[in-house]
Design a protein around this ligand. Structure first.
Ligand code: SF4
Ligand code: SF4
Length: 147
């Protein structure tokens, strides 16, 4: 999704190698690039690698600069939308997943009575994978870097 002006919004998955811990790189997104962020999910592994799922809003130009800044500081980045897919053949549109999807990436379209998946709203939280009876929702948790 690309929107003009301050309406630009993306959900990204950040993974922090141990050597980046302690640096205020995420806070600097707000300070240096005038971006707002909302932490949707935070984890730390036993090896002290951290990961964050962030919803970032601001100007698209500043978002690009902010991403470059994070990469220069050793943070691995992946759009959350690249981490989640739905097996369209498997999904039977039962709607079970929609009540757990906080970002409304999965929602029932009242006209067609089918469950629509808007990947750009997805935060890769993985909740839908826990309830889907046919395992149609797939979340890739490898660090597939934004490049
Ligand atoms: S992983 Fe599933 S439940 Fe979580 S935001 Fe994405 S679609 Fe919704
Ligand atoms: S729970 Fe699974 S089968 Fe049901 S609507 Fe969601 S993705 Fe489709």
């Amino acid at each position: 999704m690309t929107e003009e002006g301050n309406g630009f919004r993306k959900i990204i998955y950040l993974s922090f190698p141990p050597e980046t811990s302690g640096r205020p790189v995420v806070c600097n997104l707000a300070r240096l690039f005038d971006l707002s962020f909302n932490i949707l999910k935070a984890d730390i592994s036993p090896r002290h690698e951290g990961s964050l799922t962030l919803e970032v809003t601001g100007r698209e130009e500043n978002y690009r600069k902010g991403l470059s800044y994070l990469k220069e500081n050793g943070v691995k980045l992946t759009p959350a939308s690249q981490k989640v897919t739905r097996d369209e053949d498997a999904c039977m549109h039962c709607g079970l997943c929609t009540s757990l999807c906080r970002t409304r990436a999965l929602a029932v379209d009242l006209a067609s009575r089918r469950v629509v998946f808007d990947v750009e709203k997805c935060s890769a939280c993985g909740m839908c994978t826990r309830v889907c009876p046919v395992r149609a929702m797939l979340v890739d948790m490898d660090d597939n870097d934004l490049g």
